[in-house]
Design a protein. Structure first.
Ligand SMILES: [Zn+2]
Ligand SMILES: [Zn+2]
Length: 398
């Protein structure tokens, strides 16, 4: 068992190791920031993130889970210890670049892994960096989970930039659904009676979904856009399309919500004499942070003099494919402060490449590395983390 002073000395060593890599990490984060790549096209980011890992002696495998821009980098100090996953993201958003700061997420995971190996060549465990593409669109981690990528991982973590330092801020389940409405084309003025309007089916569906809202739990969120509203006013639209995201607290809750929405859409289509095809995309599972692991992370922030803020209330949360990883292994998804900015805005994009963003990256890498160290060096802590996870899984399956 490690004494308190030994533990503190170890943490100091880890922080110094991150600082020693600080220039390199800043350069890496800025380079990805300046070259945003969309979902599943993050080839440069993968090359830049894996280069220093290879140089440091990590075993790097790219193209895992059948995804060209996914990777796994691993290194073992002493054999026989647990495998701790540091999860990287690096995809950008269309038009506004790194407005979710995934350049910082990827670099923090890599920085933490490098610092751990620098500081503790004989670490009693294995550090695995998982590069996960397409968080914003495409659910890279969902595919990785389906391929069993995280099955042997003892615990996993990912740090996300935000406007505050937070732990235990969860996420809700989400599914994306495409509604394809089919009608019949006709001249809208000379022979409207021969037509069936796919647009009417769509508009009625939109209104029907709005009418359903009152009859869902308050944490249900449904939002959609019209991606195809017809061709010309004088042609009765024979095809229209809408994209919706349907969210609920859990995947279990989502089932009932989905069925009500789908029934409404199908009936609205039948009502105008048309039909609807529903194409369901991936389901992002709810994200539940492991309390014990979050406490370790919080204590490590405390060592750096950082107090965590209370997580946002009233369900002001989104969804992330890290939730799916959390169904397989205990996770935390803490947030680090990069300034008073909201994600998915041009202001956030600027912050993700600012001094505040880079200072946040430094702290995130340190806190992640120290928490991974705790999980390797303190078998009791890891046992508690695992027990909490097993209990949660049992409750979830009832
Ligand atoms: Zn985002
Ligand atoms: Zn994000």
């Amino acid at each position: 068992m490690m004494k308190d002073e030994e533990r503190l000395e170890a943490k100091t060593r880890i922080q110094k190791a991150v600082d020693a890599r600080n220039d390199e990490l800043r350069g890496l984060a800025l380079r990805i920031h300046a070259n945003p790549e969309l979902a599943f096209q993050e080839h440069q980011a993968v090359r830049w993130l894996t280069e220093p890992l290879k140089e440091a002696g990590f075993t790097v495998e790219t193209g895992i889970a059948g995804l060209a821009t996914a990777f796994k980098a691993s290194w073992s100090g002493k054999a026989g210890g647990p495998a701790i996953a540091l999860v990287a993201e690096y995809d950008a958003l269309p038009e506004i670049g790194h407005a979710c700061g995934h350049n910082l997420i990827g670099t923090a995971a890599v920085g933490a892994a490098l610092a751990l190996k620098d500081a503790f060549p004989d670490l009693p465990g294995t550090i695995e960096v998982y590069g996960s593409p397409a968080e914003e669109e495409g659910g890279g981690k969902i595919i990785m989970c389906e391929q069993g990528v995280f099955d042997q991982v003892a615990a996993a973590m990912l740090c996300h930039p935000r406007e505050a330092d937070m732990v235990m801020r969860g996420g809700i389940a989400c599914v994306d659904a495409k509604f394809k409405f089919y009608g019949k084309a006709s001249h809208a003025s000379s022979s409207p009676e021969a037509g069936i309007s796919a647009l009417d089916a769509l508009v009625n569906s939109y209104v029907a979904i709005n009418g359903l809202r009152q009859f869902f739990k308050p944490d249900v969120k449904i939002h959609g856009v019209v991606s195809n509203g017809g061709i010309a006013p004088n042609i009765v639209p024979d095809y229209c399309e809408a994209n919706f995201y349907i969210r609920a607290a859990t995947v279990k809750d989502l089932e009932g919500v989905k069925q009500k929405v789908y029934t409404a859409v199908e009936h609205c289509s039948l009502a105008v004499g048309g039909r609807c095809e529903i194409v369901e995309g991936m389901t992002y599972a709810e994200r539940m942070d492991n309390k014990r692991m979050a406490d370790l992370f919080k204590d490590n922030l405390g060592l750096m003099g950082i107090q965590v803020a209370a997580p946002t209330e009233n369900g002001a949360v989104g969804s992330s494919d890290m939730g799916n990883v959390g169904q397989v292994t205990p996770i935390i998804h803490p947030y680090f402060n990069i300034g008073e900015v909201k994600p998915h805005t041009p202001e956030f994009q600027a912050a993700a490449g600012s001094e505040a963003g880079l200072a946040g990256l430094n702290r995130a890498a340190k806190a992640m590395a120290m928490t991974a160290f705790d999980l390797c060096a303190d078998p009791d802590a890891l046992r508690q983390v695992r027990e909490e996870f097993e209990q949660w899984k049992t409750r979830q399956s009832i």
